[in-house]
Design a protein around this ligand. Structure first.
Ligand code: GDP
Ligand code: ZN
Length: 449
């Protein structure tokens, strides 16, 4: 995909903001070797760690640390790269960065290192996106799946499908050169069978990508119910030891009452809400308003009921206000007080679970039910991470394959549908990706990546 980029030199602090044992300033571009000479007194041997003094313009010592020089194309970006590992104090990092900037580098934009890696064919677009997803993964399973995408598992499956699609398309286009024999060619070549085969493979890929997307996005579950029914206790119970790793992901606003937990590696944003009841208290009313707003963006609701009283008029009123298509589960809590056993019941197509948040009885039933509500299907095989953008592209491919199946007797239209399917599929790995989309993808990285 290599597109010519203005070959300037960029630099940034590559490690997280704040104090750390080690901090890394990364430099990429043609001036890297010159900057190494100036800061280190000499450019270290290619790809060898060298313990050296890092010198400021006046010759004074900034720090002593490890320098590694990677001449292009064998580097992260494909360009000449210099990595300076110093002590990770923010003030020290700033001095070291300023020194590199004074030697002709400019401050890198967010995601610019990875963007250059992509432009220099070190990574395809799905892999480049996976770099950000590895960094921002909320659970261990999400991190593993992002690494699988980064190492190319997703891209390879896209590529296999793409190859079948291209072979089919070449065959159909070859038929176009012999118009009088069109129909024969199409039937003899078994185009329908091949097309159906591609379509089945696409469905499989789409299903895996949906699972991967679930690991990336997680699900938002809102706890609703009257005050004192046990919402906060349930939140704590669910969190237990399964608290996920919360990372600051650009663009996500975090609700103060939301907590990120995980069930079998699927991130779950559990939103504890103000108890819903009629009240004259202004602060409480504001909390209740927030509850209704949280429900608008939720993927599922847990409706808590006190098992001692069962469903009352209050719960019926809450139910009436819930978005009609919001998946939900009734949770009868405090069964220790009503002397019931943990269980799951289906009433009028709705699931009712009987649990004790305080003692933990029945919580495993709830966890499994939440995974089911989320659409999580443990496949046993490793999941790769996928983004909404990928799911959308796969839907477009699917649409064109279905159209293609309807156009078997019109080879020109068939060829056109196959071409559109191919374009949509290759947008995942970035062969046909408009510049503005690239800008959008890389601007969501943090600086230094
Ligand atoms: P919230 O107002 O809905 O958030 O309810 P809380 O979680 O604050 O719980 C209200 C009270 O009910 C507390 O005293 C809890 O200890 C108690 N509680 C919550 N769940 C259970 C349960 O399963 N069994 C019993 N016996 N008490 C519970
Ligand atoms: Zn509460």
């Amino acid at each position: 995909m290599a597109a010519a980029e203005p070959a300037d030199t960029i630099a940034a602090i590559a490690t997280a903001a704040g104090a750390g044992g080690i901090g890394v300033v990364r430099v990429s571009g043609p001036a890297s070797a010159l900057i190494a000479d100036a800061v280190l007194g000499d450019c270290p041997a290619a790809r060898h760690a060298a313990y050296l003094g890092f010198k400021d313009a006046d010759g004074s010592l900034i720090d002593r640390g490890i320098a590694i020089y990677y001449p292009g194309p064998n580097s992260y970006t494909g360009e000449d790269v210099l990595e300076l590992q110093a002590h990770g104090g923010p003030a020290l990092m700033q001095i070291l960065l300023a020194r590199c900037l004074s030697l002709g580098a400019r401050q890198a934009e967010p995601g610019e290192f990875t963007r250059r890696a992509y432009l220099n064919d070190k990574l395809d677009l799905a892999q480049a996106e996976a770099v950000a997803d590895v960094i921002n993964a909320a659970t261990a399973e999400a991190a593993r799946s992002a690494v699988r995408s980064l190492s190319g598992e997703f891209s390879q499956r896209v590529q296999v499908l793409l190859n079948s699609l291209i072979r089919l398309r070449l065959y159909v286009e070859a038929c176009l050169d012999f118009p009088e024999e069109d129909i024969d060619f199409i039937t003899q070549g078994g185009v329908r069978a091949k097309l159906e085969e591609v379509s089945v493979a696409l469905q499989r890929l789409h299903a895996s990508a949906r699972q991967g997307n679930l690991l990336r996005e997680g699900i938002r579950v809102v706890l609703v119910g009257q005050p004192n029914v046990g919402k906060s206790s349930l939140m704590n119970r669910l969190a237990g030891e399964e608290v996920a790793i919360v990372t600051p992901i650009a663009g996500t606003t975090r609700d103060t009452i939301s907590s990120l937990i995980q069930i079998e590696g699927v991130p779950l944003h559990v939103i504890d809400t103000a108890g819903l009841r009629d009240t004259a208290d202004e602060v409480e009313q504001m909390g209740i308003e927030r509850t209704w707003r949280a429900l608008e963006t939720a993927n599922a609701a847990i409706l808590l009921v006190d098992a001692q009283h069962g469903i009352t008029g209050v719960e019926a009123a809450i139910l009436a206000r819930l978005p009609a298509d919001l998946p939900r589960v009734w949770l009868h809590n405090k069964i220790d007080l009503s002397a019931e056993q943990p269980r799951s019941e289906l009433r009028d197509q709705e699931t009712h679970l009987f649990v004790s948040a305080k003692h933990g009885d029945g919580i495993e039933l709830l966890r499994q039910h939440l995974l089911q509500l989320a659409g999580w299907q443990p496949s046993g095989e490793g999941v790769f991470m996928a983004r909404a953008r990928h799911l959308q592209a796969l839907s477009v491919v699917d649409t064109h394959l279905q159209y293609a199946l309807d156009q078997l007797q019109y080879p020109e239209l068939l060829a056109e549908e196959l071409r559109l399917a191919q374009d949509a599929l290759s947008s995942i790995t970035g062969e046909f990706t408009p510049d503005d989309l690239l800008g959008e993808i890389f601007s969501r990285f943090c600086i230094g990546k």
